[in-house]
Design a protein around this ligand. Structure first.
Ligand code: PXP
Length: 250
């Protein structure tokens, strides 16, 4: 029997489980064990970012996650050709292109799809030909959505950082409106709409209520909460908030 598709999905980013491990070069904590607990808590997919400096997730983590998990893996990558060949070899369900700067603490901006179109086109084709879905992490602005659409990707992930970090009510309302209209535009162009970055247990509510958004990718807040309540519970609490917020709108 076919199970009903959940109305909004949660991708749990387990990078920071690997951050803790790499800090001491220990064998623990294991991102795969974390992913399994996140799945028990309701995660619909697992996201990891294989950074050029390998500061947290390693190739072996990605390979094990893809091989062992029964839920899809979304692999975040830069335009690094070695990493791209690795992705083709390992075949995660989805690859999401993100911009990367060595000195940044975490991904800062969305991709400049318009500027990178010529570099993106062949690698998107290579991944698509290998049966891997492709997503682009972009700021919620119309020009980037149109550029992503022209490249024929499957999905865009809207950068929620500016919304999540804005403190004064006026700029928060403005940032939320940008996300709403970007989601509407992307949806109307036939793109699957994902969103994420910087979302917490409170800021997730308004974003999860945006009807076009299919998936939210969240890491730092969930892994931080897990220190106190465990990863399964931390994931369940986030998923419940998302589902409740979405139910309020449909
Ligand atoms: N989406 C993308 C594209 C990201 O790069 C990250 C951070 O790795 C996230 C979502 C998750 O962000 P956070 O850890 O702030 O929840």
């Amino acid at each position: 029997m076919e199970t009903a598709r959940p109305m909004i999905q949660l991708g749990v980013n387990v990078d920071h489980v690997a951050t803790l491990r790499q800090l001491r070069q220990t064998l623990y904590p294991d991102p795969l064990e974390a992913a399994r607990l996140a799945q028990l808590g309701g995660a619909d997919n697992i996201t990891v970012h294989l950074r050029e400096d390998r500061r947290h997730i390693q190739e072996s983590d990605v390979a094990r996650l893809v091989r062992e998990l029964s839920i899809p893996v979304n692999l975040e990558v830069s335009l690094d050709l070695v990493i791209l060949e690795f992705a083709v070899l390992i075949r995660p369900a989805e690859v999401c292109f993100v911009p990367e700067r060595r000195a940044e603490r975490t991904t800062e901006n969305g991709l400049s799809v318009r500027l990178l179109t010529d570099r993106l086109r062949p690698v998107i084709r290579r991944l698509s030909d290998s049966g891997i879905r492709v997503s682009l992490f972009i700021d919620p602005v119309p020009d980037e959505i149109e550029a992503a659409c022209r490249l024929g990707v499957d999905a865009v992930e809207l950068h929620t950082g500016a919304y999540a970090e804005s403190r004064d009510p006026e700029s928060r309302a403005h940032r939320l409106e940008c996300l709403r209209s970007a989601a509407r535009l992307a949806g109307s162009r036939g793109l699957a709409v994902h969103a994420g970055h910087g979302l917490g247990y409170d800021s997730v509510v308004q974003v999860a209520a945006i009807p076009e958004i299919e998936t939210l990718n969240i890491g730092h807040a969930i892994v931080s909460r897990a220190v106190f309540v465990g990863l399964e519970t931390a994931t369940r609490l986030m998923k419940e908030r998302m589902v409740t917020a979405r139910r309020g709108t449909t």
